[in-house]
Design a protein around this ligand. Sequence first.
Ligand code: C2E
Ligand code: CA
Ligand code: CA
Length: 393
Amino acid sequence: MPEHKIFVLDDESEIGEYICAVARMNDFDSRYFSDAEEFLAALVVSPATCVAIDLQMPGLDGIEVLRRLSALQFRSPILIMSGMDLKVLESARHFAKAHRLAVSDIIPKPVRVEELGRAFARLKSSDRLPPSKTDFVNAMAAGEFVLYLQPKARISLEPVGSGRYVPLGFEGLARWNSPSRGLTMPDAFIPQIHALGLSPQFCDHIFDLALATLKRWKESGVRANLAINMSASDVEDITLADRLWDQCARSGVNHQSMTIEITESAAMEHPERALDVLTRLRLRGFSLSLDDFGTGYSSLVQLQRLPFAELKIDRSLVSDCRSSEQSRIIVKAIIDLAHALGLAVVAEGVEDEETLDLLRGWSCDIVQGYLLARPLPPDLAEKWWREHGGAVS
Ligand code: C2E
Ligand code: CA
Ligand code: CA
């Protein structure tokens, strides 16, 4: 099955169909549109990995289509075709650039098969196409995903060791270290992994990375807890708890060193199913943390039924504490509520001393954020741990 899909927009059907045929010869799935509105509507429903558009069309012209693509935040490559002179084509390229659109090639009409073939070849070899299923599967096999580690620390009332907090462990945050794309952040690849149906494989892969980290720490004497993130689809899998527990047992890692962070919205998407899966995880001895709290709309009754040990207040609320009285009221209320329900509270996104002092005053238990450290590559995380008085054996 072709991995990439191109949408072709041209008011002349013979030309549009011809481009689609050349695209298929180059392993692209293709779809032809003669109407710009239909083309734009289709893009919203089913994202194409690239588009080819004719600049001169009756009705919506090519420039207006570019403007609308920009409004849709379309970031994939665009092939522009036109019978107009080069000067017009160049100004279209400038217009696209100013609107943050990625024009990969400009093809003068009449379109020649060799030229089009070369444009498709360039597209396939460029890294501007979104990664395909094969790209992700290969990246996992090649070990290109890495867990960066960001410290979580208990706020101490008295100054202890080097500072005002005691290191408890780390949160593992996925990074894709791709030789061709560079270091890529999770917000740029997690949605794509999900859309391609690869979430279960990715979850297993992250879990393997977490196990490897815990094993390495065991050997080097670092006694830290490790938290990993899971998506909504992961907590729908009824076999999750048994699978994770088996993997821990097989690799000789104490599963009690592991915390699983699940966002409020993931836990609330299918509350009944989540209750089942989360309870099994809890019964198996994994610690559960409710992530990004304050961004969703969970009912407190449901929250109380779910077996979380920890609640993480979303960083957007925490970072507003310094400037907004309303955020201070909300954060303080969440801390009191969580404590009343027997949950430990983590404030994430703590960036300055002032916020740390406010949180200490409200008896917040744990902090995480740039004030302590940014997410660190594994070797620097170990160094940070030792330098900040983390437990070692
Ligand atoms: P999250 O779980 O809420 O992770 C915290 C995010 O906040 C991280 O972004 C971290 O770098 C950032 N952050 C930490 N401290 C501060 C701070 O003081 N200020 C600011 N402005 N930001 C701070 P990152 O690493 O880009 O991760 C984004 C999201 O991607 C995560 O949000 C998590 O939902 C998801 N994610 C990361 N790794 C995985 C994974 O392995 N699996 C799954 N399913 N999701 C993951
Ligand atoms: Ca998290
Ligand atoms: Ca979070």
